[in-house]
Design a protein around this ligand. Structure first.
Ligand code: NAD
Ligand code: UDP
Length: 332
């Protein structure tokens, strides 16, 4: 199929482009490069063995998106473009609503005008908010606790309304848990600008000596060792989840949601231990206060995705840490 990836040069988009290409699909990227680099394109070319077309532009530019969809004969859009930093979304909520929600509306208009009826949307486990039970299945109540999460929930609701009003439109809504790790080539990976907010990229920079020590946010949670537990998923497994979602689209009847995670939770201390083995050195860390807004544990029930998409996240925590470290070493 011919697939347009909005936000296609970002962390998840670049891995997804690779997986789709390897599965025989034609990919076109559209990105405004607000959180990615052009250099990704050369690396993608190296991995997939051919150049990947990339349009520099914003999803809010409806005319440009429409033209792109028509010129390339796009059949499916994977909509990854968006801003994703929780803390930043609390400080500048309008930017988040403008970019994420308005961006999606503009994209949907362009798709309507170009008669493109299939979308896979990048949502997040953050739409569930504080877990009321674990593991989290797709029927868990939705109650995001920050503007970023609310943009994802509003977009999901817009998509659901759009599908309900139009028999020919299909949307697969993917709620990602915690994507980490890198492509096996070490050419693609997570390289956030500035000081990373997330555990794995922060730890990678501590391991490389760029940052002095890791702060572990709280050791008094009701978990196995008191530190926060998350469902880390290898980004290549996640990318393959998109291929499975694409193959599921023709069988879908309208709007379908899937959680993408492994179903296993690991604590911060367990991740540190695994990273130490991967990089062959100690990760200096200090236990500090809880991070405001954090929850104790979050992991998915992966059964729906496993059964319906016929997809499973198989890569281990140790593979996630090893690939993260391989990528980090190449950066330094
Ligand atoms: P990323 O920042 O690496 O990639 C997003 C890409 O979108 C970037 O390349 C950025 O330049 C581009 N972009 C942003 N706004 C745009 C716009 N208006 N027009 C065109 N391009 C735009 O982030 P990622 O980690 O690859 O995340 C991809 C998607 O997955 C996002 O929607 C994010 O909210 C969602 N998600 C990510 C995570 C995670 O932990 N990484 C978890 C759950 C959901
Ligand atoms: N975490 C930490 N130190 C950091 C970053 C994160 O201890 O510098 C913890 C955080 O409290 C949570 C886990 O690591 O328990 C995963 O955090 P991350 O920000 O990567 O993902 P999220 O909280 O969004 O699930």
């Amino acid at each position: 199929m011919t697939v347009l990836l909005t936000g296609g040069t970002g962390y998840i988009g670049s891995h997804t482009a690779t997986a789709l290409s390897e599965a025989g699909h034609e990919v076109i990227l559209l990105d405004n490069f607000c959180n990615s680099h052009r250099a990704i394109l050369e690396r993608l070319e190296k991995i997939v063995g051919k150049s990947v077309p990339c349009i520099e532009g914003d999803v809010r530019d409806t005319a440009l998106v429409k033209r792109t969809l028509q010129e390339y004969g796009v059949e499916v859009v994977i909509h990854l473009a968006g801003l994703k930093a929780v803390g930043e979304s609390v400080k500048t909520p309008l930017n988040y609503y403008e970019n994420n929600v308005h961006g999606t509306l503009s994209l949907l208009r362009a798709m309507d005008e170009a008669d493109v009826n299939n979308m896979i949307f990048s949502s997040s486990a953050t739409v569930y908010g504080d877990p009321q039970y674990l593991p989290i299945d797709e029927d868990h109540p939705l109650a995001p606790t920050n503007p970023y999460g609310r943009t994802k929930l509003y977009i999901e609701q817009i998509l659901e309304d759009h599908v309900r009003a139009n028999d020919n439109i299909k949307v697969v809504n993917l709620r990602y848990f915690n994507p980490v790790g890198s492509h096996s080539s070490a050419l693609l990976g997570e390289d956030p600008r500035g000081i990373p907010n997330n555990l794995m990229p922060f730890m990678a920079r501590v391991a490389s000596g760029e940052l002095k020590e890791l702060s572990v946010f709280g050791d008094d949670y009701p978990t196995m060792d008191g530190t926060g537990v998350r469902d880390y998923i290898h980004v290549v497994d996640l990318a393959e989840g998109h291929v499975a979602a694409l193959e599921f689209l023709p069988r879908s009847t309208g709007f379908e949601t899937f959680n993408l995670g492994t179903g296993s939770g690991f604590s911060v201390l367990q991740v540190i231990q695994s990273y130490e083995v991967a990089c062959g050195k100690k990760i200096p860390y200090q236990i500090v206060k809880r991070r405001p807004g954090d929850i104790a544990s979050c992991y998915t029930d992966p059964n729906k995705a496993n059964a319906v998409l016929k997809w499973k996240a198989n890569r281990s925590l140790s593979e996630m840490c090893l690939s993260s470290w391989d990528f980090q070493r190449r950066l330094n």
